[in-house]
Write a protein of this length. Structure first.
Ligand SMILES: Cc1cc2nc3c(=O)[nH]c(=O)nc-3n(C[C@H](O)[C@H](O)[C@H](O)COP(=O)(O)O)c2cc1C
Length: 171
């Protein structure tokens, strides 16, 4: 057991890496420039009203752009989109160079071929430690068939269904 006082950033990242997630790209357009970053901090907050949250590092260009634009999209990546996940995780690069982006209904760029995308209006944002928690009110949802990209322990992978019936009281 690691005592609380010894929880440094690497230990924290490793421990949270045991929590398997999907992978998404948060995109926005601020002053005509597209921005985007890979995230796995995506969480559903509320169904009615429909709210989600993402935690964006304070230093990132996309964080400031999302807050400034007041709108963003979350593209949940499909199983074979890990190159896109890597592209949008490289700091300081033009993430959109040579990329064929489409726009959602609310004039924000979205990632083509994503498993789902949700367009949001920034409902609220606040600083928590070294990240900005952004709560988005979901305006539009678009889903497509396929499988999601997974992430755990620093590795991309597949999320494999065991084929049981969906949890009936939940879905
Ligand atoms: C799988 C994965 C998940 C990530 N999740 C987050 C996240 O939830 N929040 C975050 O701030 N950065 C996250 N990052 C790091 C950002 O994608 C990276 O710092 C990004 O390049 C910053 O964007 P910028 O170029 O606009 O500065 C993640 C990276 C990877 C590879």
């Amino acid at each position: 057991m690691t005592p609380a006082a010894a929880v440094d950033p690497l230990t924290m990242r490793r421990a949270m890496g045991r929590f398997a997630t999907g992978v998404a790209v948060v995109t926005t357009s601020a002053d005509g420039t597209p921005h985007g970053m890979t995230v796995n901090s995506l969480t559903s907050v509320s169904l009615e009203p429909p709210l989600l949250l993402v935690c964006l590092t304070t230093g990132a260009r996309s964080t400031e752009a999302v807050v400034r634009a007041g709108r963003f999209a979350v593209s949940i990546l499909s199983a074979r989109q890990e190159q896109l996940a890597l592209r949008f995780a490289r700091r300081g690069e033009d993430h959109f160079a040579g990329l064929d982006v489409t726009h959602g209904r609310h004039a924000v760029p979205v990632i083509p071929g994503a498993f789902a995308h949700l367009e949001c209006e920034v409902e609220r944002h606040f600083v928590a430690g070294d990240h900005v928690v952004v709560i988005g009110h979901v305006l539009t949802v678009c889903e497509r068939d396929g499988e999601p990209l997974g992430f755990m322990g620093g590795r991309f992978g597949d999320i494999v269904s065991r084929g049981h019936d969906p949890v009936s009281w939940f879905f």
